[in-house]
Design a protein around this ligand. Structure first.
Ligand code: SAM
Length: 733
């Protein structure tokens, strides 16, 4: 879920860069950059000029050759030489635009935006139709926050080059900065249509996730499908818009409505078939992409999928129906449904009748495999929709022979769990776990690592800590950071690895230590880290309460969704502050009491009815909460955590939970000499705060935030997510 979505409940979605990076002054290298190559091309050189211009070219066009040489020198990091060359070119022919554009680029890349703007403007005065100069000045103006002027320059660029993807991309960024995401979406869509880049994909993903109500949403179905399947953004954050599209789909919507109307009875197989629904379901790439990417957080679609699963079970029990369905393309879809059920840890409701029939089917499949007989694929995959395959088959069974996509399900449900068990057994242990609460919390997360995930957003070019903080919290009262090389990061309570992986991919030179109580969580994290070929993260078991004993200090400490699960959250925070270097920063995520009314009511419901935290009881309890007819109880279904077993346990059945208020946090910060840097909140929330409290431009007054939260209890989602900085001068390297 998105921690930054005001108004929607949220727990721990905790990637350091969970939000796609917007274009900012620190332009990632993968983001469209000011045009340098064309400067060389226009100068009569190839787009990538050779370091030495030929004598004949120099004789024909000395200014163009000097431009090309200057660009080559700039690329080789020989900035002084580049500057000398380009100034010579300007001196040779002061009335030619191109050398001014190249000088502008150099200044731009050095971060001297105002000076770069002057050079570009000079070029435009000399040659008003110089499209690169217009584009680059548009980018420079956007980066300086001169949005109207930037938009005008970019529009002029598009007048000259209507298919300039970079101009559309930056225009989209301008619209974002102006608070007009719908127009931004239109511009980024054009950019994608012309030329896809990692930056345009990421910007699209970050925009579309908040625009489920956008007009003509269905036209973006193809892009949203790919955004999910290729993880242009974090799938969990894209899921709501995909869900909206599925619920609005002309073919799927009637089926979903019928499944919901029939609930708790399962819509029968014939009803699905009669509505010609099977093909609509099997052939829907968006539905498949959603099922395979992240858990589906929607009550209606859950009921629909539960009915489809039951229909598939009936078909799998009948060899003719099974063969027919396999022909109709059911296997691919059924594998996606099995992936979904694995991701959500079998949270869908199961009747006693279904459970008995699945047991019989699983036994039939397992005994055929043990006897070395051929096994039909559909029944095997239907079993995988109800229980993990590692409880049915072993890796020694004829694994190599599974055809795709079944092989993918076997890998996910048999081989990966085995690998995780092996990783858990060899996990280093840095501290003892003696605290009684820590032991109970550990036991919970050994059974239910949090959260199970399959895909993260595509990585970006890493940036420095300072750049990243300035981009994330532009108005933060940030004291100087350490100038040492690289950055030591501690992810405390790293769970299943999303936060350390995001930190390692976001912060240049990050050396990450990620610790947790739960070996199962650490093993999941380590397996995913290996899969992504990241080698800058060390994982180890440790209790935060004992972290001081490891004898290390960190520039960044990240602990989201963790401290409120300690017996003494203040002791845990103090222990982490003590291992943070002076001038270092901490990112924290702590539950808000005000935002938790629905959770508190649900926990009381659970206590009164004595549900335990087994998967069966969690399944039962979810249905009972929804059937109780109490809006406060039903509110828990607005939390994405409600839609997976481990996360539902974390949300409603936790063995230890504190919920805090901003005055409590403020008092702690004052006592520990920690400076509040700012909340990571949605732009709309921040805009609202600024409008209400214009005399607090840094948006760091916790009393005012407290007043605003009193008015809007869901202001922060379920968690306060914020950064603080430790007092004291940073150590010099
Ligand atoms: C809700 S999960 C959050 C995981 C991760 N930070 C995230 O946001 O996805 C809480 C994690 O904190 C860990 N944890 C709780 N108490 C801890 C302690 N005293 N020391 C280390 N880890 C702890 C748990 O094992 C669990 O993995």
């Amino acid at each position: 879920m998105d921690l930054n979505d005001a108004g929607s409940p949220s727990a721990t979605e905790a990637g350091v860069a969970a939000r796609a990076p917007g274009p900012g002054p620190q332009t990632p290298a993968t983001e469209p950059m000011p045009r340098a190559d064309r400067a060389g091309a226009d100068a009569g050189q190839s787009a990538v000029p050779a370091p030495v211009a030929s004598a004949s070219a120099a004789a024909r066009d000395p200014v163009g050759s000097l431009c090309a040489l200057a660009i080559a020198a700039q690329r080789a990091q020989r900035h002084q030489l580049a500057r000398v060359l380009i100034l010579r070119a300007i001196a040779l022919d002061p009335g030619r635009a191109q050398p001014h554009v190249v000088l502008g680029l150099m200044l731009h890349q050095a971060g001297r935006l105002a000076d770069a703007t002057v050079s570009y403007v000079r070029a435009i005065e000399l040659e008003p139709t110089h499209a690169d100069a217009l584009l680059n000045v548009g980018i420079a103006l956007e980066q300086q926050g001169h949005l109207d002027a930037a938009a005008a320059a970019l529009q002029r660029t598009l007048g000259l080059r209507p298919d300039d993807a970079e101009a559309f991309y930056h225009l989209a960024a301008v619209h974002v900065a102006r608070g007009d995401p719908a127009r931004a979406l239109g511009a980024v869509r054009r950019a994608l249509e012309i030329n896809e880049t990692p930056a345009t994909r990421s910007l699209f993903a970050s925009l579309i996730r908040n625009l489920a109500g956008a007009p003509l949403l269905h036209e973006l179905r193809g892009f949203v499908t790919r955004a999910l399947a290729e993880a242009w953004g974090r799938p969990r954050l894209l899921a709501p818009v995909a869900t909206t599209m599925i619920r609005q789909d002309a073919r799927l919507a009637p089926l979903i409505a019928r499944a919901v109307a029939a609930w708790p009875a399962r819509l029968p197989f014939d009803a699905l078939r009669a509505a010609a629904g099977l093909e609509a379901i099997f052939a829907d790439p968006l539905l498949v992409a959603l099922l395979e990417s992240t858990h589906v957080c929607d009550r209606a679609i859950e009921r629909f999928l539960t009915a489809v699963r039951c229909a598939l079970l009936a078909a799998a029990e009948d060899s003719h129906a099974s063969a027919d369905l396999a022909q109709a393309g059911a296997l691919r879809f059924c594998c996606a449904l099995a992936a979904q059920c694995w991701i959500n840890e079998y949270v869908f409701d199961v009747t006693d009748d279904e459970a008995a029939r699945v047991t019989a089917l699983a036994e039939r499949v397992a005994s055929a495999l043990r006897a070395g007989e051929a096994v039909a694929m559909l029944p095997l995959v239907v079993v995988a929709c109800y229980r993990p395959l590692h409880t049915v088959i072993t890796p020694e069974m004829p694994g190599g022979a599974w055809p795709e996509p079944v092989a993918g399900i076997v890998r996910q449900q048999v081989h990966e769990p085995l690998e995780e068990r092996q990783l858990a057994a060899s996990m280093p242990r840095l501290t003892a776990i003696d605290d009684e609460v820590s032991r109970r919390v550990r036991a919970q997360y050994e059974q239910n690592p949090y959260p199970r995930w399959v895909r993260l957003e595509q990585p970006w070019q890493p940036t420095t800590l300072e750049q990243w903080l300035r981009q994330t919290l532009p108005s933060a009262p940030l004291a100087p950071l350490s100038a040492r090389d690289g950055v030591d990061v501690l992810v405390a309570g790293c769970g299943s690895g999303q936060n350390p992986i995001t930190a390692a991919r976001t912060l240049a030179g990050a050396r990450v230590l990620a610790v947790d109580l739960s070996l199962a969580s650490l093993a999941h994290a380590k397996r995913k880290t290996r899969e992504l070929a990241i080698d800058t993260i060390d994982y180890a078991q440790a209790d935060i309460l004992e972290i001081g004993s490891i004898g290390r200090q960190f520039d960044v400490v990240d602990t989201t969704g963790v401290l409120h699960h300690l017996g003494d959250w203040q002791a845990g925070w103090r222990a982490l502050a003590a291992v943070t270097r002076p001038g270092g920063v901490m990112r924290l995520g702590l539950y808000s009491e005000r935002a938790s009314a629905g959770v508190v009511a649900a926990r009381a419901f659970i206590a009164a009815r004595h549900y335990d935290s087994t998967p069966e009881q969690i399944r039962r309890c979810r249905q009972d909460l929804l059937a109780a007819g109490d809006p406060l109880l039903a509110y828990v279904a607005d939390y994405p955590d409600f839609f997976s077993t481990s996360e539902c346990r974390d949300l409603l059945f936790h063995v230890q939970e504190h919920r805090l208020s901003l005055p409590q946090i403020k008092a702690f910060l004052a006592a520990q000499d920690l400076r509040f840097l700012g909340f990571a909140v949605d732009a709309a929330v921040m805009a609202h705060y600024r409008q209400r409290f214009p005399d607090d431009p840094a948006a760091t007054d916790l009393d005012r935030w407290d007043a605003l939260e009193a008015e809007y209890p869901a202001l922060f989602g379920r968690m306060y997510l914020f950064w603080v900085q430790k007092a004291g001068p940073p150590a010099t390297p």
